[in-house]
Design a protein around this ligand. Structure first.
Ligand code: ADP
Length: 392
């Protein structure tokens, strides 16, 4: 099962995207629809609202009078909290029921208007944001959904900002053109990324990608932050710290387009306990990799667990290492040493280019060819740490 979080500001065009995904076989769980369902006549939700806010929130036919409810419930913060306290748990329960009823190989598309505001983004292996500029959204809301300009602008102003949405978006779908273009982009995304991602998650396999050396990408740190947030949510207190490591964590350094992240744990047993949560978050384990190349005599202290992203659109390696072991410290030290020392950065880049030119294409060969340099670099990095007083 792959759960996708779909969001965007009001009027951005989420409905077009969720409809397209629904037609392609996704199971759409729509937050707005559920929020209406849980307060239909005869529901526990409506009974609780009447108990809290009185009979005046009902229409003569017994259905909820939304404007009347809004008038009382939004009049002060305590009442708003009461309303949310009634509706949110019911929505959450219903959402979970729909998810539990879906087949194991399903793609669940959760259409959540306030995904960003409710800080739910890290709960999803993939977050898709639909975007159009404010003026365009306002004109569409006026033309198609009967809003006044003032209403539309007030609703937009009350929601998250474009920057906040960008920060959580694994995929940014621009809807400034005709609706057909959005549909075409959503269909391509479905076939090229979502279907293989879901297949890999189901099979417990990482995506097969062979990244090549590319120029440094200034968005790597932001992308890594999203991954770190997601891993934090999956690992909870069992992760002692989670860090962006590797070449993509060194600004200005050309690298393979693979984000490396280190999850520091108390023991390998804890790493093993995290296995299924990481797989569910989109990072299945690679069982064949159980250690780094040892640069000290204590090779047992270079063991690790290794997971990699099932998403073909965002190659990511997740290294679970034990706090204080030399491999855990070296991942942090090596990054900081490269960040601090331009000459070493240049040397490392030369090495990477030489290997790429020599045609060592598989990751295994690539890692092997780097080892002689690393063996030497380990000692130099440790010296640098001592000289500078570096701490992890
Ligand atoms: P959301 O669900 O994100 O709040 P909607 O999908 O309802 O937004 O889109 C707002 C309105 O704009 C809808 O009536 C929709 O039909 C219309 N719309 C969406 N995309 C386009 C587009 N590319 N061109 C013109 N109208 C659009």
């Amino acid at each position: 099962m792959l759960r996708i979080g779909l969001s965007g500001g009001i009027g951005a065009g989420k409905s077009t995207v969720s409809k397209t995904f629904g037609e392609l076989g996704g199971i759409v769980v729509d937050g707005d629809v559920i929020a209406r369902e849980v307060v239909e006549p005869g529901t526990e939700g409506l009974a609780k609202l009447v108990e809290a806010f009185g009979e005046d929130i009902l229409r003569p036919d017994g259905a909820l009078d939304r404007p009347a409810l809004a008038a009382v419930a939004f009049s002060d913060d305590a009442k708003r909290a009461t309303l949310n306290g009634i509706v949110h748990p019911l929505v959450g329960r219903r959402r979970q029921e729909l998810i539990d009823a879906a087949p194991a190989d399903a793609v669940i598309v959760e259409d959540i208007p306030l995904l960003v505001e409710s800080q739910m983004a890290p709960m999803f292996p993939l977050v898709i944001i639909v975007h159009a500029d404010e003026d365009l959204r306002v004109s569409r809301l006026i033309e198609h959904r009967g809003f006044t300009e003032a209403d539309a602008r007030a609703r937009i102003a009350a929601q998250a900002t474009v920057e906040q949405r960008r920060a959580v978006a694994d995929v940014w779908l621009d809807n400034s053109g005709p609706a057909e273009d959005l549909v075409a982009a959503a269909r391509a995304l479905w076939h090229d990324r979502i279907v293989p991602f879901a297949h890999n998650v189901q099979a417990g396999e990482p995506a097969r990608v062979a990244p090549v050396l590319v120029p440094a990408d200034s968005s790597w740190p932001e992308q890594a932050t999203r991954i770190v947030n997601r891993l934090n949510t999956s690992c909870g207190h069992r992760a002692l710290r989670i860090d962006h490591v590797g070449s993509t964590a060194v600004p200005g350094l050309d690298a393979k387009d693979v984000i490396d992240v280190q999850v520091t744990v108390e023991s390998l047993d804890v790493a093993d306990e995290l296995g299924s949560a990481l797989a569910a978050a989109g990072y299945p384990r690679v069982e064949s990799i159980v250690a780094d190349v040892a640069h000290t005599d204590e090779s047992a202290l270079w063991q690790k667990r290794f997971h990699a992203s099932a998403d073909p659109g965002r190659p990511t390696n997740v290294h679970l290492r034990v706090e204080g072991w030399p491999n855990q410290r070296f991942a942090l030290l090596f990054r900081d040493w490269l960040r601090a020392e331009p000459d070493v950065r240049g040397e490392y880049l030369e090495l990477k280019k030489r290997i790429a030119d020599a045609g060592h294409l598989t990751s295994g060969d690539y890692a092997d060819a780097k080892e002689p340099w690393f063996a030497d670099a380990y000692g130099r990095a440790v010296d640098w740490a001592e000289r500078t007083g570096w701490t992890a």
